[in-house]
Design a protein around this ligand. Structure first.
Ligand SMILES: *[C@@H]1O[C@H](CO)[C@@H](O)[C@H](O)[C@H]1NC(C)=O
Ligand SMILES: *[C@@H]1O[C@H](CO)[C@@H](O)[C@H](O)[C@H]1NC(C)=O
Ligand SMILES: *[C@@H]1O[C@H](CO)[C@@H](O)[C@H](O)[C@H]1NC(C)=O
Ligand SMILES: *[C@@H]1O[C@H](CO)[C@@H](O)[C@H](O)[C@H]1NC(C)=O
Ligand SMILES: *[C@@H]1O[C@H](CO)[C@@H](O)[C@H](O)[C@H]1NC(C)=O
Ligand SMILES: [Cu+2]
Length: 543
């Protein structure tokens, strides 16, 4: 009885996803007999995706055909779906021909599997064009709304980004809705990233003005119709898979009941409008009207405060509709004249009521600075360091440095390494010396946001913050916006040995250096990773 495995050893099939097979396997197994079903984790399947990464042509805003990075000949790229507890295998074959690639699974902790995290030069070498796939292989133990994207050379805005949904049979909210709607929001460029990056990081752009997107997309298109049936309640899982712009999102005539941010369940919270920065996720309930008398606009509006200029003719809004009346008109959204007042995520309370972690054992203080270097281009700095990728991925240095792995100097100054000891409470104190918003993301963790100066307070708030100002049950997520000239304190426990990037998720600022490397419990990383490689002979995967 214990020999029964949920693994399906699926063959390679270029047509894509095997979730259906895994589900069939699960159903078949549950039919094997009631005696088994208490003994086995009902959802511990292996879910395999074969991704052949290729160039395709796409034109999601109807304004310009452009080469776009697709999967298995298609764009938009597929949504990855697993159940909590599943093993996820993604075989990545790079058929681009002219670019390397990699995949990061944003928000997943990769416990014991830091070598599967995806950032090139940090935990792996690039996946080059070849006829051999690179296999990502890890278990997923968190529920909620995530996404996957390329983590090399500012590549994901060229198309290689999509949702990753972790279903939770034990969700505390599972009885509150009838259906689920996955929806992405994003900015979109007509030009490809290599050219845009060259112009951005150049002495011809000394102020570091970021390229302004050409349009906004809802679900990788415009004018998306979301069919709703009267009387039903829907769980929307919304992901900002964009490169740069935060988005204000609202549904005319309907409130949202927020239940999750970045994979963290929350106490239900009512919102009329939300703000999703690049890389943030939110799931919320929308209760349908009980009649089909009209259709209602859905609006996403790019945060133009981030743009240095507003080019003539730019439409920074995108519209879709809650589609009740298939024969009825699609009304234009009402113009909102008042300043936007999105729901403040600092007001969220995690469902698990996790209380604030104790006093920090280590505090990492980072000033966010934009400045020019002698090549005339504009760079982003934490303190006085702008990140430069090492030639050897940082994880490989951990694995080969022996006892010296605890000495930050072996990683090179410009990877901006911080060594964290196992199971400590760590504070990251961020001071924004820049007038822009920056959504900060930590790999391998989520964090408690124990302090954030309010949106318009600037430098005037937060210089005298004490523990008395911290909430007893702080909001937790994996990506959070640092306000213009503001400050913020993030707290987490270093309980996940690995090499984890901490960075701004605006892809322009990743390229201009707003990153640091957290090397967490390096000696434990040596034990766990070398074990994995030895036992399973997978050394080729990381080489
Ligand atoms: C994935 O990893 C598990 C555990 O290390 C291993 O048993 C399995 O063979 C791996 N699968 C693939 C396809 O590499
Ligand atoms: C968004 O697109 C995905 C596939 O890319 C699809 O599964 C989903 O149903 C779409 N959502 C809506 C609201 O159209
Ligand atoms: C339909 O909704 C309206 C307004 O929300 C409410 O007053 C009415 O009682 C509802 N009707 C039914 C049959 O639920
Ligand atoms: C986008 O929507 C906002 C809110 O209704 C409105 O103020 C703005 O004028 C719109 N922008 C464009 C270009 O239509
Ligand atoms: C940054 O400043 C610190 C403190 O003044 C100094 O020790 C360090 O060498 C500087 N790093 C770089 C890269 O200049
Ligand atoms: Cu930034």
């Amino acid at each position: 009885m214990m020999n029964i495995k949920m693994d399906h050893h699926l063959g390679h099939n270029r047509s894509g996803c095997h979730y259906g097979d895994a589900l069939v396997g699960y159903l078949r197994l549950t039919l094997l007999g009631c005696l088994l079903w208490h003994a086995l984790p009902a959802n511990a399947a292996t879910v395999t995706y074969d991704f052949n990464i290729t160039w395709v042509t796409a034109n999601p805003d109807g304004m310009a055909d452009r080469p776009t990075i697709g999967i298995n000949g298609q764009w938009p790229v597929p949504t990855i779906r697993v159940n909590k507890g599943d093993r996820l295998i993604v075989n990545v074959l790079n058929s681009l021909g002219n670019q390397s690639t990699s995949l990061h699974f944003h928000g997943l902790f990769m416990s014991g599997a830091t070598h599967m995290d995806g950032p090139v030069s940090v935990t792996q070498c690039p996946i080059v064009t070849s006829d051999l796939p690179f296999t990502y292989n890890f278990t997923v133990d968190q529920p909620g709304t995530y996404w996957y994207h390329s983590h090399i050379h500012g590549q994901y805005p060229d198309g290689l980004r999509g949702p990753l949904i972790v279903h939770d049979p034990e969700s505390p909210f599972k009885d509150m809705y009838d259906e689920e709607v996955v929806m992405t929001v994003s900015d979109w460029y007509h030009d490809q990233m290599p050219g845009l990056l060259g112009r951005f990081m150049s002495k011809a752009n000394p102020t570091g003005a970021e390229p302004v997107p050409n349009s906004a997309l809802l679900n990788d298109t415009q004018n998306v119709l979301v069919p709703l049936q009267p009387g039903k309640t829907y769980l929307f899982r919304m992901v900002n898979i964009g490169a740069f712009s935060g988005q204000y999102i609202w549904f005319e005539g309907h409130n949202m009941t927020i239940l999750e941010v970045d994979g963290v369940y929350t106490q239900p919270a009512e919102a009329a409008m939300i703000y999703l920065a690049a890389a943030q996720r939110c799931s919320f309930l929308i209760t349908a009207k009980n009649n089909t008398s009209r259709n209602f606009p859905i609006v996403a509006s790019m945060d133009t405060d981030l743009f240095d200029t507003l080019p003539d003719g730019l439409n920074w809004n995108v519209t879709g509709w809650l589609f009740y009346d298939t024969a009825g008109p699609l009304p234009q959204p009402a113009v909102v004249c008042d300043p936007f007042e999105p729901f403040d995520d600092m007001g969220l309370v995690p469902w698990d009521n996790q209380t604030i972690l104790g006093e920090p054992d280590q505090t990492i203080a980072l000033d966010v600075i934009m400045d020019n270097l002698s090549d005339g281009a504009n760079y982003a700095f934490f303190n006085n360091i702008t990140y430069v990728a090492p030639k050897i991925p940082t994880l490989y240095t951990v694995l080969t440095a022996g006892e010296h792995a605890t000495n930050p100097t072996v990683y090179g100054t410009y990877t901006h390494p911080f060594i964290l000891e196992k199971d400590q409470v760590v504070d990251i104190v961020l001071n924004n010396l820049d007038p822009g918003k920056h959504p900060f993301h930590l790999h391998g963790h989520n964090f408690q946001v124990i302090w954030r100066s309010p949106a318009k307070a600037g430098t005037s708030a937060g210089s005298n913050v004490t523990a008395a100002d911290f909430p007893s049950i702080p909001m937790r997520r994996d990506t959070v916006v640092l306000n213009p000239n503001g400050n913020m304190v993030l707290r987490f426990k270093s309980d996940n040995p690995g090499v984890w990037l901490f960075h701004c998720h605006i892809e322009w600022h990743v390229q201009s250096g707003l990153m640091a490397t957290f090397i967490e419990a390096p000696l434990a990383v040596q034990d766990q990773t070398l074990d994995t490689l030895d036992t399973h002979g997978a050394a080729g995967e990381v080489a």
